[in-house]
Design a protein around this ligand. Structure first.
Ligand code: TXA
Ligand code: MG
Length: 342
């Protein structure tokens, strides 16, 4: 299969989106941009189409999909009830990078829900994603558009490198604004639980809800996660990765003692750290406390550095506060918990 990357500049936009919607209606899989990461989309009401997502992504069949919608009527159709608190988050934080778990209706097929009685729904803010959902006339089931286990793609080229030859079309909407996946929150039972941290933190959700907790597995890595997807190996570059935390004044010394030539190591560092070291291959990710830019660049840079066949990648970690929790959640998985405190 030939994979086409559709250019979405003003001249081609409507025509390309119409072509993509036709493919979705006909049961094909199309990759598309959202404000978080690129999604691998298919008609969420078509079981056979949803099965194709699992096949091309090599995704385990027990890991349910998010349904993407653009309005409340679609949520009413897919859920058996909308509680007051669910409505509060929908009204205040949608459209945006938040996935809410609902009790599912019988419209949601078993391929999407993996046989469970809940459904994950997200109303994305990205204009291209919205247009595609509306033109297709159905909820779009979409996981991140990476092969299972790989870092999520934040631009069309990164989707292409994982999905080349396996899907018909990638809509090229440029680089994703946020760069890490949506916050997933389960509001079907109390205590309300963040299953996956993202752009929105516990504090953000607690502006609208009494109490929200992080799933235990996010705090204690020996606990089995409540969300199926969180238990799998994730976001890993092919090159071995170490995440470094602590006093960055010690990083030069730490690296000099690793016994690897520094020109064979790729680094992802904050501006403040990069100023004080003498390494060859450094990508500056953001200022140290600028978690928005850190999140925006992290998957992109991990994929970029992975192309050079370095012996090792080293990435600076962040403090686990607010969005730093979401960033460290992705980094811990990317490095398989290989974190060094210096
Ligand atoms: O930002 C995002 O959420 C992106 C874009 C494309 O929208 N999508 C995404 O999907 O990250 P995916 O499949 O890579 O991650 C969805 C996560 C998985 O961990 C999955 O297990 C969990 O949400 N999930 C889906 N349905 C669920 C459900 N009914 N109950 C609990 N967790 C669920
Ligand atoms: Mg994913």
């Amino acid at each position: 299969m030939n994979t086409i990357i559709e250019n979405l500049d003003e001249k081609n936009k409507i025509k390309s989106l119409e072509k993509a919607a036709e493919l979705i209606k006909n049961g094909s899989v199309v990759a598309f941009p959202t404000e978080t990461v690129y999604g691998l989309g298919a008609n969420g009401l078509d079981e056979e189409a949803c099965k194709k997502i699992f096949d091309v992504k090599r995704r385990k069949r027990d890991n349910p999909l998010i349904l993407h919608v653009t309005n409340e009527d679609m949520v009413k159709n897919l859920s058996s009830e909308i509680t007051e608190d669910q409505k509060k988050l929908m009204d205040n934080l949608w459209p945006g990078p938040l996935t809410i778990i609902f009790k599912k209706s019988d419209k949601v097929n078993d391929v999407v829900s993996c046989g469970g009685d809940t459904v994950a729904i997200r109303n994305p803010s990205d204009e291209i994603a919205r247009f595609l959902i509306d033109k297709s006339g159905c909820p779009i089931a979409a996981p991140s558009a990476n092969k299972s286990g790989r870092p999520s793609p934040t631009n069309a080229q990164d989707v292409y490198s994982d999905m080349q030859g396996e899907i018909e079309m990638i809509l090229d909407g440029g680089s994703c604004n946020i760069g890490i996946e949506s916050t997933v929150v389960d509001l079907t039972e109390k205590p309300y639980t963040i299953l996956r941290p993202g752009f929105y933190t516990k504090e953000d959700l607690e502006e609208y809800l009494d109490e929200v907790v992080y799933d235990k597995s996010l705090i204690d890595s020996n606990t089995i996660p409540k969300s199926p997807g969180q238990k799998y190996k994730h976001y890993a570059p092919k090159t071995k990765l170490i995440v470094i935390k602590g006093n960055m004044d010690n990083i030069q010394n730490y690296v000099d003692n690793l016994g690897i030539n520094t020109d064979e190591i790729g680094f992802i560092l904050t501006e403040e750290t990069a100023e004080n070291v003498n390494f060859e291959n450094v990508k500056i990710i953001s200022k140290r406390n600028d978690y928005l830019n850190f999140a925006h660049n992290i998957f992109t840079y991990l994929r970029e550095l992975d192309k050079f066949n370095y012996k090792l990648l080293i990435c600076e970690g962040v403090n686990e506060q607010k969005m730093g929790i979401s960033i460290m959640n992705r980094l811990k998985k990317s490095c398989a918990n290989n974190i060094k405190v210096i």
